[in-house]
Design a protein around this ligand. Structure first.
Ligand SMILES: [Mn+2]
Length: 451
């Protein structure tokens, strides 16, 4: 459920109403194009640990979160065009756990809510004949006997996902809230780093400031001190602070009503060379953000990031050659081996990044860039991340040292910088009619100077 918000519930409610209408329209079109009359979406089930009576933390899946911020297992949304959507709310009778309270909040007025204690009762409140209904969600034991027309039809999912890239005013409001919480967490993490905390201690500071538990975050935070910052998805969270502190890379976001923020900052413990490199990366990131507007081809944004990375490497004396020569030889991919950004929304890496159209056909990645997650041309309402980085990754450096790129890299400089691990600066951007709104920088500004 959504946490504390700066938005009045009445405003959220009217925004949600307009959003849900659009979802209904989009879904009705998708159903019609794919030959179904109705849609049934499952939130997901509690997954038991093998040979144990515990379950894994529950995550509602994105196709369900499209409809409601309710994050409870075994709930269903049933939608038939031109009818108010039905929410089947699962309220188990169980004295071991506290049953979830009936849904409440800015969004509930738009649903016909039917409360059921289990899946069998849920089936009973749905139409008897689901023979023209498409089902979206994970398989569960009884599903076969429910008589749905199709389970997770790929073409329908594609139609639905395509439309998710353009965010409505409601979704933008949620994303701004997620950014605000994330910025608050980041500021606390920065203070914890300055105070000499361990990676784990920094995470606790982040969580406390966001007011979220770890399982409520949109992804596991990457909190890396020193050379660990070179591990792109570093997951360890060391409980002891290292003897010497050089740097912190923190990639962590918060969630509001199912929507994610995805924010990365890098800090230096001292004021030397590495601070200067961080400042260069902020400037470069800013330049890349300036290029975000409707009509921008994300593949070009990514390739431009490589050109700018070559310049930064050259200015920071990490190269022994010109920026152009380094770019041509593929040296930038040694230091920037991931994509420049991705769609953001209900999922951190949101759906539909490659789709040319709802009907089919993917836009390929540029050759030599296998990890780019977005190839579409930006439209107003897209929300993307902008996350340039420069890392000192042993395995990639070793590979470069063994081939013709070796003579293009200043190895003594690399050796000096290695202990800092790397830098990533990541903001979330909402594409506007003429440019973009930087949700992250706005959120930091608001947190630092509350009105
Ligand atoms: Mn990201």
């Amino acid at each position: 459920m959504p946490g504390a918000t700066t938005l009045p519930a009445s405003e959220l409610s009217s925004l949600f109403g307009a959003y849900l209408q659009a979802v209904c329209r989009r879904s009705a079109q998708a159903l019609a194009s794919c030959g179904y009359r109705a849609l049934l979406v499952h939130s997901g089930s509690l997954l038991p640990v093998f040979e144990d009576d515990r379950t894994y933390p529950f995550e509602a899946n994105a196709p369900f979160k499209v409809w409601t911020p309710l994050a409870e297992p075994d709930c269903f949304v049933y939608f038939q065009p031109d009818q108010i959507p039905v929410l089947v709310f699962n309220q188990p009778t169980n004295y071991w756990h506290k049953p979830p309270a009936p849904p409440e909040g800015y969004w509930t007025a738009y649903f016909d809510i039917r409360t059921c204690p289990d899946r069998e009762s849920a089936r009973a409140v749905l139409p008897p004949d689901l023979g023209t209904t498409a089902y979206l969600g994970e398989a569960f034991a009884e599903l076969g006997s429910w008589g749905t027309a199709a389970k997770n039809p790929a073409r329908l999912i594609r139609h639905l996902d395509f439309g998710r890239a353009v965010k409505s005013p409601y979704e933008l409001a949620c994303l701004r809230e997620a950014s605000r919480l994330g910025a608050r967490g980041h500021l606390a993490a920065q203070r914890a780093f300055a105070a000499g905390e361990s990676e784990f201690g920094i995470e606790l500071a982040f969580l406390a400031a966001c007011g979220l538990r770890e399982q409520e975050l949109p992804y596991n935070p990457i909190i890396a001190l020193n050379e660990s910052a070179s591990v792109l998805h570093y997951q360890v969270l060391e409980k002891h602070a290292p003897a010497a502190r050089h740097s912190l890379l923190i990639d962590a976001g918060a969630e509001f009503a199912g929507y994610a923020s995805d924010i990365t900052r890098t800090y230096s413990a001292g004021d030397g060379d590495f601070s200067a490199l961080i400042a260069r990366m902020h400037a470069m990131q800013h330049a890349l953000c300036e290029g975000v507007r409707p009509g921008a081809d994300w593949r070009e944004v990514h390739l431009r990031a490589h050109r700018l990375t070559a310049q930064v490497l050259q200015e920071a004396e990490i190269l022994t050659c010109s920026a152009d020569e380094a770019l041509a030889a593929g040296v930038t991919s040694v230091f920037l081996p991931h994509g420049i950004g991705h769609l953001l929304g209900l999922e951190v890496h949101d759906a539909g990044g490659f789709m040319r159209s709802p009907e089919g056909g993917d836009i390929p990645r540029p050759e030599g860039h296998p990890y780019l997650r977005l190839t579409r041309t930006l439209e107003e309402g897209f929300v993307v991340t902008m996350e340039p980085g420069i890392y000192f990754i042993d395995s990639l450096l070793q590979a470069a040292q063994a081939d013709k790129r070796a003579r293009l890299i200043n190895w003594s400089r690399v050796k000096t910088l290695r202990k800092f691990g790397g830098i990533r600066i990541e903001d979330d951007l909402a594409v506007t009619a003429t440019g973009c709104e930087n949700l992250t920088r706005e959120a930091f500004r608001a947190e630092l100077s509350p009105t």
